[in-house]
Design a protein around this ligand. Structure first.
Ligand SMILES: [Zn+2]
Length: 475
């Protein structure tokens, strides 16, 4: 009995330390009882601890959910790993050792045993089209959300949302049925570059902390892709240089209007000519930091001389993980397009981009339903290996000039959590497991930082937690 009492009280001291460790190192507050104690170290003098601590106030300190028994990859650089997490309602209240978390448990607490599995923040997909084919029925909207949650994603940015689509999402949110944190981006123009009947006067961007539905900003297409052809600087094999929708000056004029109105913009640019025009256009608008987080989507074919320009421009850069290696190597006959051999090295040169732009935020987007597997697991494996595995099991190995642009699993995980949370201006809400952030988690069958790269493809999403509640999988 005595031993248990000491353990419980020590747990409070550690929990306090864990809370204070959430504060930036240079902002350590006076409330921290033992600022030098890391969350993982038990005090050596239990007697002193007994005398010094206040009595247990279990109603205040209890958690609605604790998660123990495995590895926590927090994605918080100040505390990269932990053993356990405590949640109260929708919020994370402690991150630390199992000892830290023990005192948060009362008889009402839901205790989840990871049984050796790995907990991460829910993935944040910075650009999707999940809701765009919705028929608006509640059952369809629920099925879409179940799909998203079963992939381990808890926050998305839904691009090119229509007036009707926004109305449906608002209804879902009002009914308390939105179980995926959703930022919407309204289309400035269509995928073919045509003007849309503007209803922008009816909406304003929202930035309420923790809101489930957010009006994130404006989606602008600056070259072809799903419609028309990406804009390149060279003549393509099958003729033409693709379709650029706006020059740098035209784009700057459009973006300025949105910027002044407080809207973030997300600009689609696939081909190198579009990326150049977009970088040049944004450089005219982003003149004093990038407080609205203006973004460039896809950044697919980046000419070598453009690769070092991202830091200078200051935009957020969105990237794919699931590399279409089979298309590049000609093994995927589901698709008609080819990329001229001499320009294939320009495709998705992430290694160069990250190395040459240390101050740029790179972030992940799955862009469901693109032609590759858009799930987080496939994207993580693609970032790290550049291998593509087709639905029929065909494995396509990358050419050396593609393999060299693979990135590390740590870089990829950061882009898929904190990177994309930043791109949505939600990095104080989600993207890492830290005290006072929202309790959105995913449980993976294994630890992605410990498995062999090719085994990343075999990781399974076993549970998803949104707002402190299990929304996919079983305990
Ligand atoms: Zn898209």
């Amino acid at each position: 009995m005595m031993k248990r009492t000491i353990l419980v009280l020590a747990g409070i001291a550690l929990a306090t330390a864990a809370c204070s460790s959430n504060v930036q190192p240079d902002e350590t507050t006076a409330e921290a009882t033992e600022p030098s104690t890391s969350g993982a170290t038990a005090p050596t003098d239990s007697t002193t601890t007994l005398v010094a601590l206040p009595p247990i106030t279990s109603e205040v300190d209890s958690a609605t959910m604790v998660i123990v028994g495995g590895t926590v990859l927090t994605m918080n650089p100040n505390q990269p790993t932990a053993e356990a997490v405590a949640v109260r309602g929708a919020s994370i209240v402690a991150v630390g050792s199992e000892l830290d978390i023990a005192d948060f448990v009362n008889d009402k607490t839901q205790v989840i045993d990871l049984a050796g599995r790995t907990l991460l923040p829910g993935f944040v997909d910075g650009h999707v089209h999940y809701f765009s084919n919705s028929d608006g029925t509640p059952s369809y909207l629920q099925a879409i959300q179940d799909d998203i949650l079963s992939s381990g994603v808890t926050t998305v940015a839904e691009m090119s949302v229509t007036r009707q689509g926004l109305a449906e999402l608002r209804q879902l949110d009002d009914d308390g049925l939105l179980r995926v944190r959703t930022s919407v981006y309204v289309g400035h123009n269509t995928v073919c570059g045509e003007a849309v009947d503007s209803w922008l006067g009816e909406i304003e961007p929202t930035r309420e902390w923790g809101e489930s539905l957010r009006i994130g900003g404006i989606k602008i297409f600056n070259d072809g892709g799903a419609c028309n052809v990406p804009a390149s600087s060279y003549e393509k094999q099958n003729g033409g240089m693709g379709d650029l929708y706006m020059t740098a000056d035209e784009l700057a004029a459009v973006v300025s209007v949105y910027d002044k109105a407080g809207f973030q913009v997300a600009i689609h640019a696939l081909g190198d000519r579009a990326i150049e025009a977009t970088l040049d256009g944004l450089a005219q608008v982003i003149t004093d930091g990038n407080p609205l987080r203006h973004r460039i989507e896809h950044n697919a074919s980046v000419r070598p001389d453009l690769r070092s320009r991202y830091d200078e421009v200051g935009a957020v850069a969105m990237t794919f993980g699931s590399f279409p290696t089979c298309v590049m190597t000609g093994n995927d006959d589901r698709f008609q397009f080819t990329i001229d051999a001499e320009y294939q090295e320009w495709e998705w040169p992430w290694r160069d981009l990250i190395d040459q732009n240390p101050n740029t935020v790179f972030a992940w987007h799955g862009d469901y339903p693109v032609f590759t597997d858009s799930t987080p697991i496939a994207n993580l494996a693609g970032y790290v290996t550049r291998v593509q595995i087709l639905p029929d099991g065909t494995v396509c190995e990358p050419e050396p000039y593609h393999a060299k642009h693979a990135i590390t699993v740590e870089e990829a995980l950061a882009m898929m959590t904190m990177g994309s949370a930043y791109a949505l201006d939600r990095e104080t809400e989600v993207g890492s497991i830290e005290v006072d952030k929202l309790a959105d988690f995913v449980v993976l069958s294994g630890n992605p930082t410990k498995v062999e790269p090719m085994d990343l493809f075999d990781l399974k999403v076993e549970m998803t937690v949104f707002n402190g509640e299990i929304v996919f999988g079983d305990v």
